[in-house]
Write a protein that binds this ligand. Structure first.
Ligand SMILES: [Zn+2]
Ligand SMILES: [Zn+2]
Length: 263
């Protein structure tokens, strides 16, 4: 049956990229860090770019899509995303080499790639369109839900089916309120098309716990309005108040790759 592997190569506004794979091959979710670093971080675990079967792009913001074009054109890695996100990427002038070719996928329609079923589901965010993904591999479900203003029914449904979850914990509500951001930006971040706070994520997990979830990775932490300890503590405390102790809970570092998790 084989193991499932997960690695975070970077998480946050400086660049997002995650790896999910097997012993032989894998996928990237987002391409927000340079191809040089992507290659280097994967190589540490003897994973080569040739083993990457595709890059799934959540949305066309630069911190998620900047290097998709290079990985696509220079290394021949296929891109999988929706039409809207793809055209959004082509319009985004901050991307290095916009991608020229894409396998279009559709929200709420499963894609079958080798041993994986991958379901893109829509989330609420201020990009051309934004997707979360559930990667299903031999009855294991791994969901990534990043950059979302609130947890809609699609995301809630996928989270309820998941064994492993990467979920946004972008900001601490007080730090955002008292922090350096101008008022319109504060409103954007906390709006329904913005980002999830530690508190929202913590409350959702505590109130919808069904015992299936084993690993929780907190992602896309803000450098200005959050810190890893606070994100962890907020979620941990909310769960503990309900007598829930997850098997594994950890924030993902913004700039440093995680270890390679064997799931
Ligand atoms: Zn982002
Ligand atoms: Zn975004």
């Amino acid at each position: 049956m084989g193991n499932l592997y997960f690695l975070s190569l970077g998480s946050g506004s400086s660049g997002n990229c995650y790896y999910i794979g097997t012993n032989d091959y894998g996928f990237l979710i987002d391409a927000g860090i340079s191809s040089v670093r992507t290659r280097k971080y994967l190589k540490k675990y003897n994973i080569s770019l040739e083993q990457i079967q595709g890059i799934f792009i959540t949305h066309d913001h630069t911190d998620h899509a900047k290097y998709a074009g290079i990985l696509n054109t220079k290394y021949g890695i296929p891109i999988f995303t929706t039409k809207r996100i793809f055209y959004g990427m082509q319009r985004n002038r901050n991307l290095k080499n916009p991608p020229t070719f894409c396998n279009f996928i559709h929200k709420n329609e499963t894609v079958q790639l080798r041993d994986f079923s991958i379901l893109p589901f829509p989330v609420s965010h201020d990009a051309s369109e934004c997707m979360g993904f559930t990667f299903s591999f031999h009855n294991k479900n791994f969901t990534i839900a990043t950059d979302l203003g609130f947890i809609n029914d699609f995301a809630a449904q996928q989270i309820s089916l998941s064994d492993y979850l990467v979920i946004e914990a972008n900001y601490d509500e007080q730090m955002l309120e008292n922090g350096p951001y101008p008022e319109p930006l504060k409103n954007r971040v906390k709006g329904t098309h913005g980002h999830l706070s530690n508190h929202t994520t913590a409350t959702f997990l505590a109130e919808n716990w069904n015992g299936k979830l084993k690993y929780i990775f907190l992602c896309h932490l803000s450098a200005e309005n959050n810190n890893p300890r606070l994100a962890y503590q907020t979620v941990f405390n909310k769960l503990q108040n309900k007598d829930i102790s997850p098997h594994f809970l950890a924030p993902l570092d913004r700039l440093t790759p995680s270890e390679l998790f064997i799931l």
